[in-house]
Ligand binder design. Structure first.
Ligand SMILES: Nc1ncnc2c1ncn2[C@@H]1O[C@H](COP(=O)(O)OP(=O)(O)OP(=O)(O)O)[C@@H](O)[C@H]1O
Ligand SMILES: [Mn+2]
Length: 447
């Protein structure tokens, strides 16, 4: 079937992306010179002109060819499932960079529309109800989201009625009930914007600003399955503690300097990992909870990493892995969008460098459900590809900056992170370009 064939192509591509994610943090970054000598296509000089911070972000960004050869040394095993795809990507990278040098003439109208949804206020007198009506198993926010400003504004300012420990997941978070009955989750700041976490891709706590950036990126990519997220300062002493459940309240304590701290209840929660305010407020992200008519369930991701350095995942070893996967529901279901949704998610995850999607979330009981992109502190369709093209030539970083400037926590991302988005985009396009060459035309690659 034609769609299966095309979905297959995307799976191969997705495997390459996932593999890339798996690799680049399997070891500490080697010296820049070593990396450059391994790359068939050195990064543009402009991306190396920035100071060392930029270089570090670069090193952790997308240097997966080198990781591939290191992997062979560690494991004495070839990643036969994806090695060719990685090499082909690098062959196509220089051409892609030349082809997509300047931003699209349509970029500004897209930015304008997306910004206007946020800056226009007073559209809805019941923002919670508006957001609830928007949400369905395939989309949480419509492409034209008139009233989004009211919803984000409400998330950022609505009085907190009660607070409780967060359940689910392993990280520190607070459940909030906001005035008007809306549920939300608060994840506090854990790192400064510039801070770089050493180690594996899944090391370190979630980054609150990542959740804000992921929400805006999802709108830019027209992948509207990221829950609404907005930056917010809260007063632990005035707004969280007085309305806290007993379980949460017992994890609060005061420092000698007067700062209020808490450590919550979760797998990684303990007093040594406390978060403290600055004496008055604490920065964080408020993420809107999905409405009750969209209960989530988690599925194992067929292209998950192994999390064991010396153990290869099946997609790394078997070139025919995707054929195997699509024998099974939900990947086999005729006209199921799930494979394509996973491809879109792979592009999204590669852009935000989330290498930790070992499971993915969907709406329970809905085979047609989109992949709900939760937990973003760390597809491909013709339409997604076109959207990527619209964001080339520096357009992605520009658009993200324009949108993130509207958040209370602006600047949400550093310049280095913004530039990294542009670089990763060209790598995605190079991977697509190599698929087109291998398969003999775009009609074999895009769905
Ligand atoms: N906005 C949301 N709406 C509904 N359910 C949610 C939402 N955010 C999270 N959840 C549920 O809570 C679970 C944990 O959330 P999340 O993944 O953000 O936590 P985490 O502690 O960062 O997890 P991890 O340990 O994987 O990093 C999710 O798997 C999902 O079931
Ligand atoms: Mn997480």
């Amino acid at each position: 079937m034609w769609w299966v064939q095309q979905a297959l192509v995307w799976l191969v591509l997705g495997a390459a992306f996932t593999a890339a994610l798996n690799f680049f943090l399997m070891s500490r970054g080697p010296p820049l010179a070593t990396i450059l000598s391994h790359l068939q296509s050195p990064p543009s000089s402009s991306s190396l002109e920035h100071h060392s911070l930029h270089q570090q972000v670069y090193l952790r960004g997308e240097v997966y060819a080198l990781r591939n050869s290191e992997y062979l040394n560690w494991n004495q095993k070839n990643r036969t499932g994806i090695t060719n795809a990685i090499h082909a990507l690098y062959d196509h990278l220089p051409g892609v960079k030349v082809r997509h040098r300047t931003p699209s003439p349509h970029l500004h109208s897209l930015i304008h529309t997306l910004r206007q949804d946020i800056t226009t206020r007073g559209v809805s007198s019941d923002p919670w109800d508006l957001a609830k009506k928007w949400a369905n198993p395939r989309s949480l926010v419509p492409g034209s989201a008139h009233g989004l400003g009211d919803v984000l504004g409400a998330l950022a300012t609505a009085p907190i009625i009660s607070s409780d420990v967060g359940h689910g997941g392993t990280q520190l978070k607070i459940f909030l009930l906001l005035k008007g009955g809306q549920r939300a989750v608060f994840k506090p700041i854990r790192y400064l914007r510039e801070e770089i976490i050493e180690g594996e891709i899944y090391d370190g706590a979630d980054r609150h600003n990542g959740e804000v950036a992921a929400f805006h990126l999802s709108r830019l990519l027209a992948l509207p399955t990221v829950p609404l997220a907005v930056g917010r300062w809260v007063s632990l002493r005035k707004h969280i503690l007085p309305v806290a459940s007993k379980e949460l309240a017992t994890t609060f304590f005061k420092m000698e300097g007067g700062e209020v701290c808490f450590y919550g209840v979760c797998y990684y929660c303990n007093k040594n990992e406390s978060v403290c305010d600055n004496g008055a407020t604490l920065e964080g992200v408020v993420t809107m909870w999905l409405p009750p008519h969209l209960p989530l369930t988690q599925l194992h991701h067929p292209w998950a990493r192994t999390y064991i350095r010396t153990k290869l995942a099946p997609w790394e070893e078997q070139p025919g892995y995707c054929e195997e996967v699509r024998q099974h529901v939900p990947y086999s279901w005729d006209k199921s969008p799930r494979l394509l949704d996973l491809m879109d998610a792979a592009v999204f995850d590669y852009l935000i460098q989330n290498g930790d999607r070992h499971h993915y979330s969907v709406i329970a009981g809905k085979l047609e459900s989109a992949v709900i992109l939760l937990d973003n502190g760390k597809r491909l369709r013709q339409t997604t590809y076109e959207r990527l093209l619209l964001l080339t030539g520096g357009g992605l970083s520009l658009a993200m900056q324009e949108l993130l400037n509207l958040d209370p926590l602006a600047p949400v991302l550093t310049r280095a992170h913004l530039l990294a988005l542009d670089r990763r985009l060209s790598h995605i396009l190079a991977a697509l370009s190599s698929c087109r060459e291998r398969l003999g035309g775009w009609h074999q690659v895009l769905f």
